[in-house]
Design a protein. Structure first.
Lengths: 494, 481
């Protein structure tokens, strides 16, 4: 597979197929648009599979590298490559895109072509962000994905969608613009290079590292999102259509977390060590405080959104433990959260399509009407709560173990999530699924149709597989994580 | 004095344009109202001819002509080509609009060509006198163009305002030039630069001169605090004229500023840089913040222009070839986006309907998905979001200021552009999130639709592959300094 532009295919197949879907035009061709979109998403996933099968274990080097001069005026290259950290995320993204297309199949009736195209284009852009090894190329994908997501939230979203779309866009833009200035600064410091690997080897003074640390932290912290810049996420989630919520939770949050591993830790190691207390504190606040906030939510989507923030707190906590277990646990948690949050938002979507409400109080007694659905929902709720044998357990457990090595209290506070997580998820589950049927609309609900059943089965298998046998995931990333840690361990002060 | 004809060769495009212009004036006076398209067709042909002549004698190094009054260098040639392109596009976009409002007359085209001639002279000037001559030729044509719709009191008021403030600015500029002349004893940019190489006893008059020159330039660019005329003129003038004023003259103004500050007063960069920093920051702040409050699209774009000029000044104030190249890239990209923005208003307006309110864009995605998509690209490009070309324009000027260690300025610039993102996003919101309140079909001729498509695609294509345009700018600046 070497020499073959596989990563370019992974990026451009979905984007071009998105353009093709867009060309089908009005809703009279909706059926064609749907099938084309499915073909595009599927093709995108298929071309991503060789990334896994052809991946060479045991080396931290970038693989499937493509390097072409792109803008010589600024020494910017079209430089792609994946390592053990980015490869699973690309696969996850390509995989989730297929599910999103299926999930929107008959739910979306308005401007179908544009809806599907937006998701396909976004999928390609996100793959690009994971695969980019040039700062500006990364930035292009990182910012470019705001455009489709802005439209998805704003066009197909709920009643307060305009507010949510603006808030989401401006929050993310604010963070990334400062990152852009930092990148330009690095460009001059490195004597005219936007190459991320060059930046990682670049000596930087403590003052410069600290300032850039805050710029990058804002850019990626908003995206993750970390407390206290998380407030855009619940709004965006609540207003977005189901597919939008799935992509937002499962993928775009990961881009932020990925930025920590690709930029902050290796480029600014001294500032990372120096300011680790800050990130750890924010992460612990996210885990505990946001967990409590989730407990009192009346809106299911909001509840899952807050639970996402709490889970991503685990991810950032793991990064700043600076040991293999912590970072691997975080990446596992990222992938797992991708499956679990996608599944939970799809579950809420299934209910919303039938009752048109996201309020917990409008439900109750679902187990009587939708037994199959209730079973799947149970599994995903358990995974969200971090029950052993589900994927949710593996990452959290690894991060807690890593935290124990560093400081007992970190681990102790982080472990409260096992209580809070179980509390808010299972309490919601209880109120929605068990009890008497009080709402006549719930009484009229029908169980999963074939399309929904397919989605749920795929996700259930993924969640269980990852929970029972996480080794393939950790094997893939092991060499890259070890290499990252040696980078982080070396001071870059001049 | 060398009087051989050879010295006129660098001026061929200008001479050709002037000759054709006179011809059009005569032809248009002779034919009836039903043959007005003759002036239109001939004007476009003139631009093509001038482009051909410019390309034929494309210079690779500066060539002085007319005893040092005029210079033909790669910078001027490249900018002239973009001027022809811009003016041609303006004519195509404006044609139907003018016809529907009874403005489709020879005067418009003659004035537009006179303005073009003025801009060409500005772009190629290497002497204070030619610079001023070109500027006044441009300005007088523009004043007349704004006032062309005689029965509109708003347009007349705009023309008056434009004229009075423009004359004031010209006066300031002249005053500054005369002081520099007093210090250096020369009006030719080359001699001025040489004279200023050595330290002068007359530092105070020189600084005074620079202050007046910069103030005059800021007036012409529309930089804060000399921006008052911009929103009123953009708003009051018929949209076709606004399109003209907002596009090509900015290219000429860029050349004007670079010639005076970058070539003539190059050694005094320490003096004028701080002035430009203040102008740039104020322009970006006032432009972006005031644009939020506008409900009229033309007025909003006027404020957006002010902020864009602030951004362009970032490149110039770097005072390096890198900076000038970035500013040149910025101004060309800006022109491309402005053409699209005002062109879209022209495209959507029809007889008796101006389409210049923000609400007129409501639900455009339902009425015409393709036009909405182009407008989306234009708006994101103005915001500076990749993968549109506007992002690289911002990147270019930002790296120029970071290079001279003005990191705080770059931070201020990006934070102010964040403010700007809001009102561009609002246009996208109106087009995509809202339902249309106007369901009448969009009537536009096939050629203007095609041009709009090309315009929109260019914003995206140059965003994915910005290298060719960037290389042209870098090279032109490099070969001309």
């Amino acid at each position: 597979m070497f020499g073959f532009p596989l990563l370019s295919l992974v990026i451009w197949v979905p984007i071009l197929m998105g353009g093709l879907v867009l060309a089908t035009g009005s809703d009279q061709n909706a059926v064609l648009a749907r099938w084309l979109a499915l073909a595009g998403a599927f093709a995108g996933f298929v071309v991503a599979i060789p990334l896994y099968t052809g991946f060479v274990l045991g080396t931290p080097a970038m693989q499937f590298v493509e390097l072409v001069p792109w803008i010589p005026a600024f020494n910017i290259h079209y430089h792609l490559g994946v390592d053990g950290i980015s490869m699973p995320l690309i696969l996850l993204n390509s995989f989730i895109t297929v599910l999103v297309v299926i999930a929107g199949w008959e739910v979306i009736q308005d401007k179908v072509a544009q809806y599907m195209a937006a998701f396909l284009i976004m999928s390609g852009l996100i793959n690009g962000a994971f695969a980019a090894l040039d700062g500006i190329l990364f930035y292009m994908f990182f910012e470019g994905m705001l455009i489709p997501l802005y439209l998805i939230v704003g066009v197909w979203g709920g009643p307060n969608r305009v507010y949510a779309a603006f808030k989401f866009f401006l929050y993310t833009l604010a963070g990334s613009l400062l990152m852009l200035v930092s990148m330009i600064y690095l460009y001059f410091q490195s004597g005219g290079s936007f190459d991320i690997a060059t930046w990682q080897a670049l000596p930087l003074s403590m003052a410069a590292q600290t300032l850039m640390f805050f710029a990058f932290l804002l850019a990626f912290g908003v995206k993750v999102p970390m407390w206290p810049v998380h407030t855009w996420l619940p709004d965006a989630h609540v207003e977005a259509p189901t597919g939008g919520s799935v992509v937002l939770a499962a993928i775009t949050l990961k881009v932020g977390a990925y930025g920590f591993l690709r930029f902050i830790l290796p480029i600014l190691p001294d500032a990372s060590h120096e300011l680790a207390w800050l990130v750890i504190t924010l992460s612990l606040i996210a885990i505990t405080y946001i967990g409590l906030v989730a407990l009192v939510q009346a809106d299911m989507k909001k509840l899952i959104a807050y639970s996402s923030i709490a889970h991503m707190g685990f991810v950032t906590l793991g990064f700043f433990m600076f040991n293999t277990l912590g970072i691997e646990g975080s990446v596992v948690q990222m992938v797992s959260h991708g499956f679990v949050s996608a599944a939970l938002f799809l579950c809420i979507g299934v209910m919303y399509d039938r009752v048109h409400s996201r309020q917990i109080k409008d439900y109750g007694g679902l187990a009587n009407k939708m037994p199959v659905f209730a079973a799947f929902f149970m599994l995903f709720a358990m995974a969200n709560a971090g029950l052993p044998a589900t994927s949710g357990f593996v990452g959290e457990f690894m991060v807690i173990m890593a935290a124990t090595k560093v400081n007992f209290w970190y681990a102790a506070i982080a472990a409260t999530t096992l209580i809070f997580g179980a509390a808010y998820t299972l309490w919601m589950y209880k109120r929605v699924v068990f009890g008497e049927v009080s709402n006549p609309k719930v009484d009229a609900m029908t169980d999963l149709n074939k399309r929904e059943l397919l989605l749920m089965t795929i996700l259930a298998v993924s969640v269980l597989f990852m929970g029972l046998y996480p080794k393939p995931f950790t094997d893939v990333m092991h060499a890259s994580v070890t290499n990252l840690l040696t980078h982080v361990g070396q001071s870059k002060l001049p | 004095m060398n009087t051989s004809l050879a010295q006129f060769i660098p001026l061929l495009p200008e001479i050709f344009l002037l000759a054709m212009l006179s011809l059009i004036l005569i032809i248009d006076a002779a034919v009836g109202d039903d043959k007005r398209y003759l002036a239109y067709a001939l004007s476009l042909a003139t631009l093509v001819g001038a482009a051909f002549l410019t390309l034929r004698d494309f210079s690779t190094m500066p060539v002085l002509a007319m005893n040092g009054l005029f210079v033909d260098d790669p910078l001027s040639d490249v900018l002239k080509l973009f001027l022809y392109l811009t003016v041609g596009a303006v004519m195509v976009y404006s044609r139907d609009y003018l016809r529907q409002r009874g403005l489709f007359k020879g005067e418009f085209f003659v004035l537009a060509l006179f303005a073009t001639l003025g801009m060409m002279v500005m772009v190629s000037a290497s002497h204070f006198l030619t610079l001023y001559l070109g500027l006044e030729l441009l300005s007088l044509s523009l004043y007349a163009m704004v006032a062309l719709q005689r029965d509109s009191s708003v347009a007349t008021e705009a023309a008056m305002k434009y004229f009075v403030l423009g004359a004031l600015a010209s006066g300031m500029l002249l005053y500054g030039m005369s002081m520099v002349y007093g210090v250096t004893g020369s009006l030719a940019l080359g001699s001025i630069a040489q004279a200023l190489q050595h330290s002068t006893q007359l530092k105070i008059p020189l600084i005074f001169g620079i202050v007046f020159i910069v103030a005059g330039l800021a007036f012409k660019l529309g930089a804060v605090p000399f921006h008052m005329w911009v929103p009123d003129v953009y708003h009051g003038a018929p949209t076709a004229m606004t399109l003209f004023i907002g596009s090509a003259p900015k290219i000429a103004a860029f050349a004007f500023v670079v010639r005076i500050l970058g070539q003539g007063l190059e050694s005094q960069v320490a003096e004028w840089r701080d002035m430009l920093v203040i102008l740039a920051v104020l322009s970006m702040a006032v432009g972006n913040i005031a644009a939020i409050a506008q409900t009229n699209l033309k007025r909003m774009l006027a404020y957006s222009t002010i902020s864009h000029m602030g951004f362009m000044l970032l490149g110039i104030l770097a005072g390096s070839q890198n900076g000038y190249g970035s500013a040149m890239f910025y101004v060309i990209v800006y022109t491309l986006m402005t053409l699209g923005g005002f062109g879209m208003i022209l495209l959507m307006s029809r007889a008796g309907f101006e389409a210049d309110q923000l609400d007129d864009f409501k639900g455009l995605n339902r009425r015409s998905p393709w036009l909405a998509f182009i407008m989306l690209l234009l708006m994101f490009s103005m915001t500076g979001i990749p993968p549109t070309v506007g992002f690289y324009a911002k990147l270019a000027v930002l790296q120029a200021v970071v290079q001279i260690h003005y990191v705080w300025l770059a931070v201020a610039a990006v934070m102010l552009s964040l403010v700007g993102a809001f009102y561009y996003l609002r246009i996208v919101k109106l087009m995509y999130f809202d339902a249309p309140h106007d369901h009448s079909p969009i009537v536009a001729s096939a050629d203007s639709r095609l041009l709009m498509s090309v315009n929109g695609i260019a914003v995206l294509a140059l965003g994915i592959l910005p290298q060719p345009l960037m290389a042209v700018c870098v090279k032109a600046i490099h070969l001309s300094f």
